[in-house]
Design a binder for this molecule. Structure first.
Ligand code: NAD
Ligand code: MN
Length: 489
């Protein structure tokens, strides 16, 4: 595989520019850290301030054209991205580590998101209401907010920036985007495609740098009137507090501890397939990954037997190689977190029945590889049952019945996605009613979302004020104004 090193720059005011300090940062392939993938500017607060000032100047013109005109640019962006799908897919895998199949799906998702919001542009408008009096018109209009900050994580480096950017821009906001330093490449490629599609200068600015400098500036700058963040709870909570004093609009989407419940009547083959995919797909590095499997005791042993057998068969390796099922952890730091949680779980009484080891021999020598890991005899108060790991580590818990399963599933302080495997329609529907989660999956993997439907968590997974994705995504990025017009006078 030709390892061309990419040199990328910030995208500010329609220009590609280095950090003002001249500092740079590198990314390395997590499957083989001898391979330098790209060099980026290591920007700081000064670069963020420049980008914010540029966005302030660009906003009136961009916000002043119609949604349909902006939508055309989004539709063209989809076409440009589609023409580069192969290149983007490979870069995504080299920088973040997921398999080519997973990267291809994610790039396609970004393309489809731009197509969706391009088409949706024809529907961005308000409502009319009957007035109390004749010859009176009462209606609402939707207006953009101004300068919006977007802060994104590394795990879906193109899909998440896309699902924030497309509605933010369609609404007419000027945007400053700060991608995660572990995988900034895709955000800059989105900027490149948008610029080629005709996006005016300054409507989107991408600044690569660390959270504590560039991210902090976006969170605290008075001209940033709204901020959409996806990432960890610890950081989301810090930013939420920073937005509050100036009443900036906040959307914090954070982690989960997503359950898959397997009832005794479930098709066990299906249950195993779903948990293998939702637990180990994307190396477990999905906010909606299944990390707790809650199994009714009559089927606990047969489920575990088949699940462990399948987990052992998974082919771990470099995401660029054909036939690989699971790539590496994104970084040494993430790998160490994964290994720590495996040790903590065992110390608290969980039993390791699959994996648990870092892979270091042969082709694994220079990557952050971990075996697919299964822990059994996990109980609800253990840390492995309560805290997000963000790796290929699945905790299996046995319960007496459906009510106990529901209590365990709801017994954590987060609620993002939740799955159940059963043939019992009534229990499935009761689960959908009573589970504390933003997304419920019945006989489906806990990961994977339809781009046209709303998405977001509850409890500590989200500020739960606005949804992302689908037409509902526009609510965060627009303000509704109510107009009263009396033509009887
Ligand atoms: P993270 O919280 O470490 O970082 C997220 C972003 O915040 C990065 O761009 C980072 O640079 C920035 N940041 C860090 N400190 C900051 C600060 N003080 N001020 C402003 N910005 C700061 O998260 P991560 O490790 O990149 O991503 C993994 C997490 O994201 C997991 O918890 C996962 O569950 C969550 N996630 C949630 C969703 C969702 O939609 N709910 C989707 C994907 C990932
Ligand atoms: Mn992190």
């Amino acid at each position: 595989m030709a390892a061309t090193v990419l040199t990328s720059l910030n995208f500010i005011d329609g220009e590609w520019c280095p950090a003002q300090s001249g500092a740079t940062i590198q990314t390395y392939n997590p499957a083989d850290t001898r391979q330098l993938v790209a060099v980026y500017p290591l920007s700081d607060a000064a670069d963020a301030r420049t980008a914010i000032a540029v966005a302030v100047r660009a906003f009136p013109a961009w916000g002043g054209i119609t949604p349909v005109a902006r939508g055309r640019i989004l539709s063209r962006t989809a076409q440009i991205l589609e023409s580069r799908k192969g290149v983007l897919t490979e870069l995504l895998t080299r920088e973040e580590g997921k398999t080519l199949g997973e990267s291809g799906g994610e790039v396609q998702r970004a393309i489809d998101i731009f197509r969706f919001f391009g088409g949706l542009s024809y529907t961005v408008g308000g409502q009319t209401f009957p007035h109390d009096l004749p010859q009176n018109l009462l209606y609402t209009i939707r207006q953009p907010l101004g300068v919006v900050g977007l802060i994104t994580p590394w795990n879906f480096p193109i899909a998440i920036p896309a699902w924030k950017l497309a509605p933010a821009l369609l609404a007419g906001n000027a945007v400053v985007l700060k991608p995660a330093t572990q995988a900034p490449g895709m955000s800059l490629e989105l900027a490149r495609a948008l610029a080629e599609a005709g996006l005016p200068k300054g409507a989107l600015n991408v600044v690569v740098g660390e959270g504590r400098s560039v991210g902090h500036e976006l969170a605290t700058h008075p001209d940033v009137v709204a901020l959409s963040f996806t990432g960890s709870h610890a950081i989301g909570q810090v930013i939420y507090r920073q937005l509050a004093p100036r009443m900036a609009r906040a959307q914090m989407e954070m982690g989960g501890k997503n359950p898959t419940i397997v009832l005794a009547d479930a098709d066990l083959e299906l249950a195993v397939n779903l948990v293998i995919k939702a637990g180990f797909g994307l190396t477990g590095q999905a906010c909606t990954a299944t990390s707790r499997v809650i199994v009714e005791k009559p089927v606990l042993e047969p489920f575990l037997e088949r699940f462990v057998a399948r987990a052992r068969e998974l082919k771990v390796g470099n995401g660029l190689s054909p036939g690989v099922d699971m790539g590496p952890a994104v970084s040494q730091a993430q790998l160490e977190i994964d290994l720590d949680y495996i040790r903590i779980a065992q110390a608290e009484g969980a039993r390791l029945v699959c994996g648990g080891q870092r892979l270091t021999a042969g082709e694994f020598a220079h990557g952050h590889f971990l075996e697919p890991t299964v822990l059994r005899d996990v109980t609800p108060m253990m840390r492995i049952a309560r805290e997000e790991v963000f790796g290929p580590v699945v905790a299996v818990m046995g319960v007496d019945d459906f009510e106990a399963a529901l209590a365990v599933a709801n017994g954590v302080d987060v609620g993002l996605s939740a799955s159940i495997v059963t043939r019992d329609l009534k229990r499935a529907m009761v689960y959908a009613d009573r589970i504390e989660a933003g997304v419920v999956k019945i006989n489906q993997i806990s990961t994977g979302l339809a781009l046209q439907a709303p998405f977001g968590g509850v409890k500590k997974s989200s500020t739960d004020s606005f949804k992302e994705q689908g037409a509902a995504a526009l609510d965060f990025y627009t303000r509704i104004k109510t107009v009263y017009l009396d033509y009887s006078v």
